[in-house]
Design a binder for this molecule. Structure first.
Ligand SMILES: *[C@@H]1O[C@H](CO)[C@@H](O)[C@H](O)[C@H]1NC(C)=O
Ligand SMILES: *[C@@H]1O[C@H](CO)[C@@H](O)[C@H](O)[C@H]1NC(C)=O
Ligand SMILES: *[C@@H]1O[C@H](CO)[C@@H](O)[C@H](O)[C@H]1NC(C)=O
Ligand SMILES: *[C@@H]1O[C@H](CO)[C@@H](O)[C@H](O)[C@H]1NC(C)=O
Ligand SMILES: *[C@@H]1O[C@H](CO)[C@@H](O)[C@H](O)[C@H]1NC(C)=O
Ligand SMILES: *[C@@H]1O[C@H](CO)[C@@H](O)[C@H](O)[C@H]1NC(C)=O
Ligand SMILES: *[C@@H]1O[C@H](CO)[C@@H](O)[C@H](O)[C@H]1NC(C)=O
Ligand SMILES: *[C@@H]1O[C@H](CO)[C@@H](O)[C@H](O)[C@H]1NC(C)=O
Ligand SMILES: *[C@@H]1O[C@H](CO)[C@@H](O)[C@H](O)[C@H]1NC(C)=O
Ligand SMILES: *[C@@H]1O[C@H](CO)[C@@H](O)[C@H](O)[C@H]1NC(C)=O
Ligand SMILES: *[C@@H]1O[C@H](CO)[C@@H](O)[C@H](O)[C@H]1NC(C)=O
Ligand SMILES: *[C@@H]1O[C@H](CO)[C@@H](O)[C@H](O)[C@H]1NC(C)=O
Length: 687
């Protein structure tokens, strides 16, 4: 199969119908243009670990959009109530689990303060705000005229222009691909006379689960401190926010003075004089840091990095189709590719809103990693996936083994809503969800298909072994059926069923079987023995449940397909990581499903299902569904149930498009609606 797939890929690349695409032209034809700030989403530059969101001025002058990073986190002080002073005091809750009490990390009503603290801490912080200083605090966006802003996707450059008091200002904004630095190049006669400067400001941390569109509290100025150290042409601002300390190193060209903070704020102002241009580099770091590359060097690194990004890996061009839907799909693809590289290519898995603003306190969810990250591999951009995978599993392995042991299982039980330390936040759903568990098999197997080497086998082996061990010990042998059951208690993907009654959910059963199959293959490929328990469980897992000839959410679910109020959340049983079970089609009866409740990755999941069923037109309909919207700069709109942006929408869109562009095992090749002209480069068939 492997050999056949790679021959086929080569054949696709060589076929004249797949001529070399002018990628630069396609990419730049979707450069976003704005003439006013949006009150919900910024225009961004970033490098996957760090991003800077701007308003119409190219900075954060009027709108305090985020400057977010992988490393910037903060803890509020611990509670001081007796018996609730440290995470070690948290005891969770015991639930009956197949005849024994198992302890779960769930908020305990007897220890509310420490339970809450562990949910809310740490939070991701907004590192700071950089904006224009006009020498007049009352200037607002309406005082500016001739505003225009273009994001050049191909070089990672935002060019913004406006007039203030009749004078032109031109600003270019970049982020260094290799460090957490913003580079800014400003041209304006106002700089000469000291009428235009740049301010820096710092917020305190927010306690909200969702901080959108802005992160941080700007008026709690007495709760944190800043200080300035300056020397000619550079300065460093130290920000202390409780136990978190970090530094802003600022470096500029020409003559300028930096002063502040003023009037019990944390606002500093850099005021140049003499020149009509100012180049500025602002480097955020956990370490005290003076030196920095100048802005023109960063501009060059940014252009080089983005050119390489667009010119390597897979690409799809639908622009020859001359069809409004193909154009809109192409727009979504290009803008998603840009935003995912800015927001979702870090050392840790991304949070749902990337580096734009905070959801779930800035934490990330391990069950979501495939939607956020697998597209990197499927689009041939493995180095970006490599930044977090499998490193994050390696890092979380010891605590995941502890979690399993503490609950009386073997292997590693992966957590859910996490911070970079790997601690999973308390919560009923958080502690009872299981679909994160087989993800390592999906990631590893995809990597092995592209890199079938000893190195791939070795770097995933321990992670897969421990994942499989837990899956085997979690499956419960039901003596009355002779099958291994999953749950109860548990939450399935849809998170809306009674956990003490939920067992054998369709998707999780299929995914468990898939994972254990890969686990065995992984051992065989290394000429290692397969533990007999793995085979026994894999071969005797309960069959996929069926109600009235369709897959329900879980076995014996009451009212499935008869009561619309039960079927509104993620329709995971339509998800096909592997070809559907023979004879059963791959359908559930989605005609009853409440589409108004669907959001984000539900639509690409349904699109992949439709594609597998041979209905590419339907697949495209899902990818352009009104409930699946992307704004003018490509930010995936959250909708009624989650905040904007909701990046699993973008990642899953690219996953679905990769499948439609490369086909899948046994059905290779691109499949789009009849009449579309589609050029693809570099896609391999999906699993
Ligand atoms: C600004 O953009 C809006 C929306 O694209 C457009 O309707 C309007 O004409 C533009 N205004 C100017 C002055 O370009
Ligand atoms: C927050 O506190 C936890 C528990 O004490 C600790 O492990 C973590 O490193 C802290 N994080 C930050 C950013 O201070
Ligand atoms: C599930 O059962 C446990 C007892 O094992 C109980 O404490 C818990 O409240 C039940 N949960 C729900 C949602 O009914
Ligand atoms: C500040 O800006 C406002 C609004 O543009 C203007 O009315 C006012 O005269 C300005 N004040 C000074 C001191 O320039
Ligand atoms: C800060 O602003 C918020 C919202 O405007 C307000 O509710 C709060 O009281 C203010 N806090 C202080 C310390 O001024
Ligand atoms: C400081 O506050 C005073 C009074 O509110 C105000 O007049 C002055 O402009 C402020 N100075 C700065 C530098 O913001
Ligand atoms: C920013 O600071 C980091 C850490 O000190 C350093 O490694 C990096 O080179 C700096 N980046 C630039 C562009 O100066
Ligand atoms: C991923 O990282 C590993 C080392 O951690 C390296 O061996 C491998 O070549 C990298 N793969 C890619 C595609 O960057
Ligand atoms: C054993 O399986 C049957 C059929 O799936 C199920 O109804 C029953 O609840 C299971 N037994 C236990 C104790 O979970
Ligand atoms: C199966 O479908 C029939 C006819 O629509 C319906 O009456 C019945 O309730 C369904 N059974 C289940 C278990 O949903
Ligand atoms: C699917 O559900 C709808 C609405 O309940 C029903 O009308 C239709 O007959 C069902 N289709 C199948 C194949 O069960
Ligand atoms: C675009 O998609 C919509 C919704 O599926 C459809 O109604 C319309 O006919 C399509 N337009 C074209 C040009 O195919």
């Amino acid at each position: 199969m492997r050999v056949w797939a790679s021959i086929l890929t080569v054949a696709i690349c060589l076929t004249p119908a797949y001529s070399k695409i002018n990628r630069k032209e396609v990419v730049q034809s979707f450069n976003p243009v704005r003439n006013a700030s949006s009150n919900s989403t910024p225009v961004q530059v970033g490098n996957g670990n760090f991003a800077f969101g701007v308003d119409i001025t190219g900075l954060q002058t009027f709108m305090p959009f985020g400057t977010l990073s992988s490393w910037g986190w903060h803890n509020f002080s611990l509670p001081i109530a007796p018996g609730q002073t440290s995470p070690a005091d948290f005891t969770g809750l015991d639930w009956w689990t197949h005849g024994r009490l198992v302890n779960y990390d769930q908020s305990n009503p007897a220890e509310p303060l420490i339970s809450n603290w562990m949910v809310q801490n740490p939070q991701r912080i907004n590192l700071g705000r950089i904006g224009f200083w006009f020498g007049n605090e009352t200037v607002t966006e309406t005082d500016l005229s001739d505003k225009s802003q273009t994001l050049d996707l191909y070089s990672g450059t935002i060019v913004s222009q406006f007039k203030v008091s009749g004078s032109q200002v031109i600003v270019k904004t970049y982020v260094d691909p290799g460090s957490d630095s913003v580079a800014i190049q400003i041209e304006s006669d106002l700089l000469k006379g000291g009428q235009l400067g740049v301010f820096f400001d710092y917020p305190y941390s927010d306690v909200n689960k969702f901080d959108a569109p802005f992160v941080g509290v700007w008026n709690a100025t007495s709760q944190h401190s800043t200080s300035l150290q300056k020397s000619p042409k550079q300065a460093q601002i130290t920000h202390n926010i409780d136990k978190t300390t970090y530094y802003t190193a600022i470096q500029w060209s020409g003559y300028a003075l930096i002063n502040g903070p003023s009037n019990s704020t944390h606002r500093y102002v850099l005021q140049p004089r003499g020149d009509s241009s100012l180049d500025l580099t602002v480097n955020f770091s956990r370490k005290s840091n003076q030196a920095g590359d100048d802005a023109s060097l960063i501009a060059k690194s940014s252009a080089d990095w983005w050119q390489d990004y667009w010119e390597t890996g897979a690409f799809i061009d639908l622009t020859r189709s001359n069809n409004e839907n193909a154009t809109e799909l192409q727009r979504r693809i290009i803008l998603s590719q840009y935003l995912l590289a800015v927001n979702e290519a870090g050392q840790d898995p991304p949070q749902e809103s990337g580096l734009v603003n905070n959801g779930w306190y800035g934490k990330f969810h391990l069950e979501m990693v495939v939607w956020h990250l697998m597209h990197w591999g499927r689009w041939g951009k493995w180095a970006l996936l490599n930044r977090s995978m499998p490193g994050v599993y390696e890092r979380f392995l010891p605590t995941s083994i502890q979690r399993a042991q503490y609950q009386g299982y073997t292997g590693a039980r992966w957590g859910k809503m996490s911070d970079p330390s790997g601690r999973s936040a308390p919560g009923e759903i958080n502690s009872l969800l299981i679909w994160q568990q087989p993800h390592p098999f999906y990631l590893a197997e995809n990597e092995y298909r592209t890199f079938p080497t000893q190195n791939t086998l070795q770097r995933w082996d321990e992670i897969l072994t421990q994942s499989a061990e837990f899956m085997v010990s979690f499956a419960w042998y039901n003596t009355s059926t002779g099958f291994y059951d999953l749950g109860p208690p548990m939450y399935p993907v849809s998170e809306n069923t009674p956990p003490n009654a939920t067992f054998n959910p369709t998707f999780e059963l299929a995914y468990w079987r898939f994972g254990l199959t890969i686990a065995a293959q992984w051992k065989t490929r290394q000429h290692l023995p397969i533990p007999p328990s793995w085979l026994h469980v894999a071969q005797n897992l309960a069959p996929l449940p069926i109600i009235n000839d369709t897959y329900p959410i879980y076995q014996d679910m009451p009212n499935m397909w008869t009561d619309a109020t039960t079927v509104y959340d993620h329709p995971a049983m339509t998800r096909h990581l592997r070809p559907p079970t023979p004879n059963r089609g791959s359908q559930s009866n989605t005609s009853l499903w409440d589409f108004a409740h669907l959001f984000g990755w539900d639509f690409p999941m349904l699109a992949m299902n439709a594609a597998r069923l041979g209905r590419p037109g339907k697949a495209v309909e899902y990818l352009l569904h009104a409930g699946f919207a992307f704004d003018d700069v490509g930010m995936p709109i959250g909708g009624p149930r989650v905040a904007t942006p909701y990046f699993p929408a973008s990642g899953s869109l690219l996953l679905a498009v990769a499948m439609m562009a490369g086909g899948w095992d046994g059905s290779e090749g691109a499949r789009f609606p009849v009449g579309w002209k589609v050029d693809v480069e570099g896609f391999e068939p999906a699993l």
